[in-house]
Design a protein around this ligand. Sequence first.
Ligand code: AMP
Ligand code: ZN
Ligand code: FE
Ligand code: FE
Length: 287
Amino acid sequence: MIDLHTHSSASDGTLHPAQLIEQARQQGLSALALTDHDTIAGLEEAKQEATKSTFRFIPGVEIEVTWEPGEFHLLGLGIYHPGSAFLEALAELAHLREMRNLKIIERMQEWNIQVTYEDIVSLSGGHSVGRPHFASLLVKRGLVKNREQAFSQYLGRGRPFYIPKEGMDFRRAVQAIKEAGGIAVLAHPMSLYVAWGHLPTLIKGLKDQGLNGIEAWHPTAKVRSCKRLEDLGKSLGLCITAGSDFHGETRPDRKLGITAGNVKIDEAVLAAIPALQEENIPRVHGI
Ligand code: AMP
Ligand code: ZN
Ligand code: FE
Ligand code: FE
């Protein structure tokens, strides 16, 4: 079993990077990519843990790309040498997040919730702060029963504490990922909110601008849709990836190595991606 999409406490997951690797190993996974939202702060720790015994660690990231009306997340898999252009891109995303978080704080204060930015930062660990951390705060303060309610009542689209998030231009995100040695993979394509009739043209266009693969298998999609995405990706000559989008305790429905339809992610998925084979990875690298 393997997993090509996971989160740690460096973004909105609950396990520390080393714990994530440890758990993956215990549960019988042989390879895992850590793909935190807009940050690579967890990669070094995960790599250190992975090298303690045979385990294939793939340094990654999940970048927010500007898109309406849905959500466009771009996975960067194989972030082996993040250079200054890549780090600059992440710094910009961090700035956009901070601006948005401050607006959410303002809204909360307007609703007479006593909260400071420091409260949220300390609750999150401070690397990639986002709505899941606001959800935790609302639960902690007893304002909602659980995180689901925090999103449905306050933080979800159209709710009072919802502030749209700006992302990065697609081409720039692809360029940054490639400069760092990675491949660019469209995460959970169904979240783009694009009708099936338009998807082939859209994804072909993204490929022409540098997209390398699509995450056909993701737990939020129906198995039927995943198969359809896989066929579409293959017909366009793209790599096919699969992930659990594991977040730890906050999203207990997501299990390491398991994707849509409770399907275990087979090692063959990784073996079919040439750029991620060990012999194709540059020898001199940072992570
Ligand atoms: P942000 O990047 O700050 O907009 O937060 C988005 C993250 O919030 C997603 O990656 C999910 O992990 C989480 N999220 C979004 N919607 C929900 C929901 N309805 N319930 C729980 N978590 C959610
Ligand atoms: Zn997340
Ligand atoms: Fe995502
Ligand atoms: Fe994710």
